[in-house]
Design a binder for this molecule. Structure first.
Ligand code: PEP
Ligand code: MN
Length: 336
C-alpha cells in the first residue's frame, strides 16, 4: 500500500502518518520527490484502519499495491534510483559501462585489461573470481587471489570493480576487495544468498535467471532490499528460448517493462545474451537506445586463449570501437 501525502502535510504531517502506521507494527519507506511525498507501507495491512487514514487531513490518496514486490516497485518510489559505486554512479544521469574478462586469470592480465578498458571509457571493471561453470571440470576461478588482482587493478587505475559471488563465504571475502557484488543468472533465486547479500552494504548487480519472468526477477530484488540493501541494478543477460543460433535470446523489451515496473537501474549484457562477439556492439546500441542505464561487456586481452567465454569477448581494439560507436547513442539518450 502507498499513501500519497497532501503537499500541505509538511514534516509534521509526514511524522504523524508514519507514527500512526508504525504504532501498528508495520514498516514505512518514505520517498520524497520534488512534487509529492509518498509513504510506502509493508506489513499486515489488516491492522490498519484504512478509512481513518483516508480521512486524515495530511493524506491525499491511499493506493493498494497489488504486486508482491514493494520496495522494488515503481509505485513505492516514483523517482529513478541512482547510487554510487566507488567514484562513479549507476542511474539515469550517465551510461555505466562494466567491462573486463569473464574470469580473472592472473594479476598481469587484470592490470593489462584494466588499463585498456579505462582508456576506452569503461566505468567499472568486471572479472569473475568464483565461476559457476556448467561443467565441474571447467576452470572454477581464482577465488580470493582473483579478488586481490581486481583490487590491484582498481588501485592502479581508479576503476570501480564488480565480482560475482556464489556463496556466503565468497561474500565475506569479496566485500574486502571489490566495490560491487554480482548475483549470477544461476543464483537469481538462491534466496539464502540473496538474503546474505541484502545484509552487506555494497551495491548489487542482480542478473536475470535464464528462465525467470520479470516478476520473479523483481521479487528476487525484493529479497535483497527487504534485508536493507536497496542499491540494486538489474541486468538483462538473455533468456532461454527455443532459438539456438545465439547462446540465449536477449529480451530487450525487458528494459521497457522494467522501466514501468521498477525504479531500479537496468543494465544490459549482450555478451552473455548472445555468446557471439560480432553481435555485441549492435545490441549495445539498441540497449542504450531503448533506455538501458548501462552495459556489461566482456573484454579480453587474448580472447582465443581465454579460460572462459572467449568467443563472446571483444579484443581491446573492438571494445574501443564499440565505445566510440556508442557515444552518439548515449548522447541521444541524454547520457552523453
Ligand atoms: C558472468 O557475468 O560472467 C556470468 C557468468 O554471467 P551469467 O550469470 O549472466 O551467466
Ligand atoms: Mn562470462
Amino acid at each position: 500500500m502507498i499513501i500519497v501525502l497532501k503537499q500541505s502535510a509538511g514534516e509534521n504531517g509526514l511524522n504523524r502518518v508514519v507514527e500512526h502506521i508504525e504504532k501498528e507494527g508495520l514498516s514505512t519507506h518514505i520517498s520524497q520527490g520534488t512534487e509529492v511525498t509518498i509513504v510506502g507501507v509493508v506489513g499486515d495491512k489488516s491492522r490498519l484502519d484504512i478509512d481513518r487514514l483516508k480521512a486524515s487531513p495530511f493524506v491525499e490518496r491511499v493506493i493498494a499495491v497489488t504486486e508482491s514486490y514493494k520496495l522494488a516497485n515503481h509505485k513505492f518510489h516514483p523517482e529513478p534510483t541512482s547510487f554510487k559505486v566507488k567514484n562513479t554512479s549507476i542511474g539515469p544521469d550517465n551510461l555505466t559501462v562494466m567491462a573486463g574478462p569473464c574470469a580473472v586469470e592472473s594479476l598481469e592480465q587484470m592490470l593489462t585489461i584494466a588499463r585498456a578498458v579505462k582508456k576506452s571509457g569503461a566505468t567499472i571493471l568486471r572479472g569473475g573470481a568464483y565461476k559457476p561453470r556448467t561443467s565441474p571440470y571447467s576452470f572454477q576461478g581464482l577465488e580470493e587471489d582473483g579478488l586481490k588482482y581486481l583490487k590491484a587493478a582498481s588501485d592502479e587505475t581508479g576503476l570501480a570493480t564488480i565480482c560475482e559471488v556464489t556463496s556466503a563465504h565468497a561474500i565475506e571475502s569479496a566485500v574486502k576487495y571489490v566495490d560491487m557484488l554480482q548475483v549470477g543468472a544461476r543464483n537469481m533465486q538462491n534466496f539464502e544468498l540473496l538474503k546474505e547479500i541484502g545484509k552487506s552494504s555494497l551495491p548489487v548487480l542482480l542478473k536475470r535467471g535464464m528462465s525467470a519472468t520479470i516478476d520473479e526477477w523483481l521479487n528476487a530484488a525484493e529479497y535483497i532490499m527487504s534485508e536493507g540493501n536497496t542499491n540494486i541494478a538489474l541486468c538483462e543477460r538473455g533468456i532461454r528460448t527455443f532459438e539456438t543460433s545465439t547462446r540465449n535470446t536477449l529480451d530487450l523489451s525487458a528494459v521497457l517493462v522494467l522501466k514501468e515496473k521498477t525504479h531500479l537501474p537496468v543494465i544490459v549484457d549482450p555478451s552473455h545474451a548472445t555468446g557471439v562477439r560480432n553481435y555485441v556492439t549492435p545490441l549495445s546500441k539498441a540497449a542504450v537506445a531503448c533506455g538501458a542505464d548501462g552495459l556489461m561487456i566482456e573484454v579480453h586481452n587474448d580472447p582465443e586463449h581465454a579460460l572462459s567465454d572467449g568467443p563472446q569477448s571483444l579484443t581491446f581494439d573492438q571494445f574501443d570501437e564499440a565505445m566510440e560507436a556508442l557515444a552518439p547513442y548515449a548522447k541521444l539518450s541524454g547520457r552523453g
